[in-house]
Write a protein that binds this ligand. Structure first.
Ligand code: ATP
Ligand code: MG
Ligand code: MG
Length: 349
């Protein structure tokens, strides 16, 4: 059987590895860290740094196709790997989504609404950006942000100095604050021959910048559900994308606004593990391996809840709850803000 290489050894890499194994594939994880969630389930863990050219070559030799669980892969490593083995999703998808400025420009060029945004390459540029965008606003680093990290909120122009200090000189963008009624996301897959399958949009609640729950079905009008799914399909086609993508959307009175896209399986798609015949992880592996996509139709109502930090104290109660499917990542140490696992609660069938 074929071997799938996965860049990144976190929980997403772990669940991709499990799905691959269920389909008869072997997996090799490339991850600088030692005891990581994916290393417990993959066939091999190549522990090396992304600047170790030799290790990257060994990794590429040992696999048939390469995918990844996170978008912040260093460009030099990508260039090398790309010259050695096929990478799905492709380089263009990564280039676009690694940088919030490139990403928002790509989305507006496609004709989609985003939050108003302005480039803030340095501290001096913030005043002009604020004059254009207005307050309230959010200053976000262009690269490397996740779980709300690398962001500062500005209630008024007076918060500018503090916000700049929070960014520590990183190139940033200023986004106008979107007054949304809900956040939803679409998890969609595209196969190598261009077939697209989207899961039902889920409704997301964040706390402190971190995803707390995803509820399906989302409580939004049918026409917005359709808009969301069609929009995701257009993004996938535009990128000639192969694999699963998460598209985060704000629901506003004037329609959908695209927040960001993630070129990978997505936390807000974890409900598919218990709400669909084939989940986002299998759908991604199918696409990457050149298989047709499966039916992603939803057969249950689910609330997915992340287990973050001290939420693990509730584990005994959750274990005893017969309506709950537990997914734990095998992380040894509980830390505040660390995603330790999630539960999928069956609401009705
Ligand atoms: P993720 O972990 O999803 O990758 P991230 O760190 O990339 O998150 P964003 O998704 O940009 O960050 O922002 C996190 C959350 O902050 C959003 O889900 C939303 O709740 C809020 N938020 C972000 N941008 C805006 C905005 N322009 N207006 C209003 N709220 C926003
Ligand atoms: Mg993000
Ligand atoms: Mg986000």
């Amino acid at each position: 059987g074929a071997t799938i290489g996965i860049l990144g050894g976190g929980q997403l890499g772990r669940m991709l590895s499990v799905a691959a194994s269920r389909l008869g594939f072997k997996t090799v994880i490339f991850e600088p860290g030692g005891d990581c969630p994916a290393s417990h389930v993959a066939n091999f863990h190549l522990q090396a740094s992304y600047d170790d050219e030799d290790a990257l070559r060994r990794f590429a030799r040992s696999v048939d196709v390469i995918t990844y669980e996170f978008e912040n892969i260093p460009t030099s490593a990508l260039d090398l790997l790309d010259s050695l083995k096929p990478i799905h999703p492709n380089r263009e998808a990564l280039r676009v989504s690694q940088d919030r400025l490139t990403e928002k420009t790509f989305l507006t060029d496609l004709g989609f609404a985003t939050a108003p945004f302005a480039d803030v390459p340095d501290a001096a540029a913030l005043d002009a950006a604020l004059a254009t965008i207005g307050a309230p606003a959010i200053l976000k680093t262009r690269r490397f942000g996740y779980d709300g990290k690398g962001q500062a909120r500005l209630q008024s122009a007076g918060d500018a100095t503090q916000a700049l200090a929070d960014m520590k000189g990183a190139p940033s963008i200023l986004e106008g604050f979107v007054d949304f009624s809900k956040e939803i996301s679409v998890i969609a897959a595209r196969s190598q021959d261009g077939q697209v399958a989207a899961f039902d949009p889920g409704e997301n609640v964040h706390e402190g910048g971190i995803l707390r729950t995803t509820t399906v079905p989302a409580d939004v009008p049918a026409r917005l559900m359709t808009d969301a799914v069609l929009l995701a399909g257009r993004i996938l086609n535009a990128l000639d994308y192969v694999g699963v993508m998460g598209v985060e959307l704000f629901v506003t009175p004037t329609g959908l606004i695209v927040n960001e896209i993630a070129p990978r399986v997505h936390n807000s798609g974890h409900w598919t593990q218990n709400g669909c015949l084939v989940d986002q992880f299998e759908q991604h592996i199918r696409a990457v391996a050149g298989w047709p996509l499966a039916n992603g139709e939803r057969h249950a109502d689910i609330v997915m809840e992340n287990l973050i930090g001290d939420d693990m104290d509730r584990l005994p109660a959750l274990m005893a709850d017969p309506a709950v499917a537990l997914h734990l990542y095998g992380k040894a140490e509980v830390k505040p803000g660390r995603k330790m696992g999630h539960v999928n609660r069956l609401v009705k069938s």
